[in-house]
Design a protein around this ligand. Structure first.
Ligand code: SF4
Length: 178
């Protein structure tokens, strides 16, 4: 134990340093999301996250939206447990054969009008899992997709930009983050 303690004191942590957050750009983004959320939705947007077969890399970034730095709930945007309470389905991963029906049923259980946001490169066309016998493809192979947020995985900032694009483009039917 003493040796381990000594070693950790001499060599320091093996983990990489966290990236320096760009406070100004996140604050600017936050103000834009806040304004758009108020204007379009009256400060209420409920998201149901569906992992259709991801490696969980995308989930880690989505979870980061809830931490004290990004604090997504301050805009009235929150994650809910049931699709029956959701406005948006945030879907990650390629859709696996086993998750296909679950995704379809989740979509059917979400009240209209609703929006589907495909998160990550896998959600577009299967990504690195494309062609696998276990996958049926991207999210649009199973349910209609309103917006795709690219990245492997997309950063929390990219996710915030995507949600902003969704709020801004809902009336225009855009299918890609600008
Ligand atoms: S896009 Fe990348 S991080 Fe997200 S599920 Fe696919 S492989 Fe994992």
């Amino acid at each position: 134990m003493r040796r381990l303690l000594f070693k950790s004191l001499v060599h320091g942590p093996l983990t990489e340093a966290a990236p320096v957050p760009d406070d100004a750009s996140v604050a600017e983004l936050a103000a834009l999301v806040d304004r758009a959320a108020r204007r379009r939705l009256g400060r209420s947007l409920a998201i149901r996250e569906v992992d259709a077969g991801s490696c969980n890399g995308c989930e880690l970034e989505i979870h980061a939206l809830g931490n004290v730095f990004y604090d997504l709930e301050r805009f009235g945007i929150r994650f809910v447990a049931s699709p029956r309470h959701a406005d948006v389905l945030l879907v990650t991963g390629p859709v696996t054969t086993n998750m296909r029906e679950a995704l379809e049923r989740t979509y059917q259980a979400t009240p209209q009008p609703n929006w589907v946001v495909a998160v990550g490169d896998c959600a577009r066309d299967g990504g690195v899992f494309s062609g696998s016998y276990t996958c049926v493809g991207g999210v649009s192979a199973v349910v209609p997709v309103d917006l795709h947020i690219p990245g492997c995985p997309p950063s929390p900032t990219a996710l915030l930009k995507g949600l902003l694009a969704l709020l801004d483009c809902v009336d225009r039917g855009a299918t890609e983050v600008p």
